[in-house]
Structure formats: C-alpha cells, structure tokens
Design a protein around this ligand. Sequence first.
Ligand code: URA
Length: 238
Amino acid sequence: MARMTLDRLLQSQGFGSRKTCRALIEAGAVKIGGEIVEDWRIEIEVEGLAFEVDGQPWTYRQHVYLALNKPAGVECSRRPTHHRGVLALLPDNFTLRNVQPVGRLDHDTTGLLLLSDDGAFIHALTHPKRHVPKTYLATTAEPVADTLIERLQSGVQLADEPAPLKAIARRRDERQVEIVLKQGKYHQVKRMLAAAGNHCVALHRTAIGGLTLGSLGLAEGEWCYLDAERLKELHAHD
Ligand code: URA
C-alpha cells in the first residue's frame, strides 16, 4: 500500500512539477470521488485511486504500459527530426512521466508499438538475448516467390552482420509476406527482403510475442493501456 500527498500523486502521474501540481489543486481542478480537493497536503492511499483533473478521469498507475497503432509518418524518437514524434500522439502526461517507445519502428512502418515508463520492462523486451518474436506484414514490389521464402528461412547475410539472419516467412498474398523475427536489427525486414531479392514497399507490425494488434481493436493513431493479462501475452508465443 502506498500513501502520498496529493501534489506528489499528481506529479508522479505526469501533471508537471510539484509547483504546477499544487497550483492545479489550489485552483480546484482536481476531484476525488466527485469532490473538489483543494488541499495538496492531504495524504491518500494511491493504489488504484480514481481521480479527475480538469474534468478528465485518471487512475493512479505506478507505471504505464501502452500499445499504440502507429501510423506512417511518425518517428519513434524523443527528439524527432523530420516527422512528428510518436509521443505527440499521446496525452502530455506520458511525456512528462518519461514514457518511451519500447524499441523502434521506422517512420514509415505502421502497426503495434509498445510504450512504457518502466525501465526494467523496456530493458527486458529490447534486450537482444530475450528473443521476443515480432511479426510483420511486408508488402513487396515484386511477387513473393518461393525462393524468397526459402532465402528468408535459411538465412540472408546482411552487411555488418557476422552471420546470416533467419526469419520465419509465410506468403500471405501475391505481394505480401508475413515475417517473424527474433532479433531487432536496424531496418531488418527491409534489408532482409532486399538481400533476398525483393523490395519492401510497406511494412506493418501485427504482433509482439503473442500480443496481436488485431486483438486490441485500435484504429490507426489510437492507443490503449495494457493490463497485466495483456502483458502476459507478450511472452505467450511458443
Ligand atoms: N524492420 C524494418 O525494416 N523496419 C521496421 O520498422 C521494423 C523492422
């Protein structure tokens, strides 16, 4: 059980500095149980606490785990250079509480992206030894030939890699191939397709581990919280 003063609570949830949070509270912007609370000194039990800020409902969360259906034209970087940053698609609170993408998708890749402010979670999922499989649907410039599938499955050599990289590959349509990777090298799908004799014209991530984008029902640009049950699906993939 964790208790904290109301100003600390708001700060922990990304509503700004202690000073900003105290000002919000004193201005009457914060409600708990439908009642305005103007005293930031009160100590409250925070676990599962529901509250409102400026009429918006929130629930206290020690950490947040989010899934986003990433649109094209969005960079997965905290300091985007050429396109909108992915954090611009989320409420400002998440930036203030240091939410970050879990790994990266290229600016033109769409689909499932996880974000979190839990460093241990991010590390565990992005660590090269963890091998959480990622599933992509790639649209190709040329028809998906049997030899393409065979090359991807048996391994293709990429420049700068010490050994050939393998993928699970299945033809989905004349110009669509599903690719499952256990590593996350730079531009890996696009480079593997090029090295195997085709060219990727569009790329969409459909799943991470056993968590599928389809099961979340998110429209492009939409996000949702992932609860403990959903997080388990990330490791339910074998
Ligand atoms: N592989 C790529 O080439 N791009 C991505 O965004 C993800 C995997």
